[in-house]
Design a protein around this ligand. Structure first.
Ligand code: HPA
Ligand SMILES: [Zn+2]
Length: 332
């Protein structure tokens, strides 16, 4: 039995496995520029974030109907459950779909079909976080927030993703103010490739409650001190960092130093179909590469539930935390 955990940094479009991509391409009459799944997998060699994003956006062409989004989410939830995920806060990128003529309602309602039966079917509770593409304009982000208004009961918060460098958080100040006024929680990718200054800005200008990645926080001791003092969660994605060359090898990942510094770190999979593993695989990889003790693994699991947006259901958070405390490593 795997360690119970929450996944808080997961792009649903990044769970599109090559087999499902080809099945959906065939069903929707979409031509993919790869002969088969093997040739597609060979393209999964990335030099940085942008080289990944190019493929990530290209493959999305196969996602067209509610059923496609439902099957995508269902496949993720099944895999996540098998790796101990009890609660998932799932990112989606509406602008990437709207640009292809797929409406935000199709995306949200399709995902919702899978999410609505997830607890019963997979034992995984879920929430959705709508991300804005930071390499598109602030106006486009604001239009997207407007388009999401009929579906706000399905969305717990907003996030910020895509190409980071050159697109500082401050660009989205007004959008985040509008999101906060609608009662939405706020997170943002910061410090994946971008500098620590982007993490400060995400906190101070956007008012984020969690930082997605935050990998480069360790370059700035004052920032670390603040993140520790305010217990701001960081959603780290170790296998992603290696695949996108943010760190050279997993053995050099700062996670162990970040935990030792007192940061509220969580471990997540980001885009598991592309980066070689789901969240349990990330847990095992850091344990092995960094020599984490079992108590540190338990801390990571505990942190994930502490950092989850479960304030509306503290009873549930308490149940999940109790599962972590009761977990016996090596049993079963
Ligand atoms: O890791 C990521 N970083 C930024 N944007 C993204 N969109 C999907 N995955 C990512
Ligand atoms: Zn991400």
């Amino acid at each position: 039995m795997p360690l119970p955990k929450a996944e808080l940094h997961l792009h649903i479009e990044g769970t599109l496995e090559p087999e499902l991509a080809f099945a959906l391409a065939a069903r929707n009459g979409v031509e993919l520029p790869y002969a088969d799944t093997e040739e597609l997998r060979k393209a999964y060699q990335f030099s940085d974030l942008q080289s990944f994003l190019d493929l990530y956006y290209e493959l999305m062409a196969v996602l067209r109907t509610e059923q496609d989004f439902e099957e995508l989410a269902d496949a993720y939830l099944e895999r996540a459950a098998a790796q101990g995920v009890r609660h998932a806060e799932i990112f989606f990128d509406p602008q990437a779909h709207i640009a292809r003529g797929v409406g935000i309602g199709t995306v949200i309602q399709g995902l919702a079909r899978a999410l609505d039966r997830s607890e019963e079917q997979h034992g995984v509770s879920t929430q959705l976080i709508m991300c804005f593409l930071r390499d598109q304009s602030a106006e486009s982000a604001m239009e997207t927030l407007e388009a999401a208004k009929p579906y706000l009961d399905r969305i717990v918060g907003v996030g910020l993703d895509s190409a980071e460098v050159g697109h500082p958080p401050v660009k989205f100040r007004e959008v985040y103010e509008a999101a906060a006024a609608l009662g939405l929680r706020r997170v943002a990718h910061a410090g994946e490739e971008g500098p620590p200054a982007y993490i400060w800005e995400a906190l101070d200008v956007l008012g984020v409650e969690r930082v997605d990645h935050g990998l480069r926080a360790m370059e700035d001791p004052e920032l670390v001190e603040r993140l520790v003092r305010e217990r701001v969660p960081l959603t780290l994605c170790p296998l992603s960092n290696v695949r996108l060359r943010a760190v050279d090898v997993l053995e050099q990942h700062p996670l162990a130093r970040m935990l030792a510094a007192g940061l509220l770190c969580t471990v997540n999979s980001d885009d598991p179909a592309y980066f070689g593993g789901y969240v349990g695989d990330n847990f095992h990889a850091v344990r092995d590469a960094l020599g984490l003790e079992l108590e540190q693994m338990r801390t990571l699991a505990r942190n994930s539930f502490e950092a989850a947006f479960l304030e509306h259901d503290e009873e549930r958070r308490g149940r999940y935390l109790a599962e972590v405390e009761a977990y016996e490593f090596g049993a079963g």
